[in-house]
Design a protein around this ligand. Structure first.
Ligand code: FES
Length: 105
């Protein structure tokens, strides 16, 4: 497991997400909730193929895929409604003392 830095905490607006890519790893969505929590999951919706980091709708700790409205819990990756039934992979996120956000893969 390696911590991959994705940028300073201040660059992540609360209530937003972004997609990050590391060599040899699937694309990952990094979320910052309105409450300031960071979470990371696989980026691609498990129903079909759509980027949740680029295009998902984040509300609280749930992200909605805009394509067919599947919802996932970003804390665990668990699907919350159909048409998704397969969980996203969940990744730990660390925030260093200097404010650098890293995803552990
Ligand atoms: S591709 Fe995400 S709900 Fe269908």
């Amino acid at each position: 497991m390696t911590a991959h830095p994705v940028g300073p905490k201040a660059d992540f607006e609360p209530g937003t997400a972004r997609t990050v890519k590391f060599e040899g790893v699937e694309p990952i969505a990094v979320f910052r909730t309105e409450d300031g929590e960071f979470h990371a999951t696989s980026d691609t919706c498990t129903h079909e193929e759509w980027s949740l980091g680029e295009d998902g709708d984040l509300e609280g700790t749930e992200v909605t895929c805009p394509l067919h409205l599947a919802r996932f819990d970003i804390r665990t990756g668990a699907p919350l409604c159909f048409p998704a039934s397969v969980p996203l992979t969940s990744y730990p996120v660390e925030v260093d003392a200097d404010g650098t956000v890293s995803v552990v893969v």
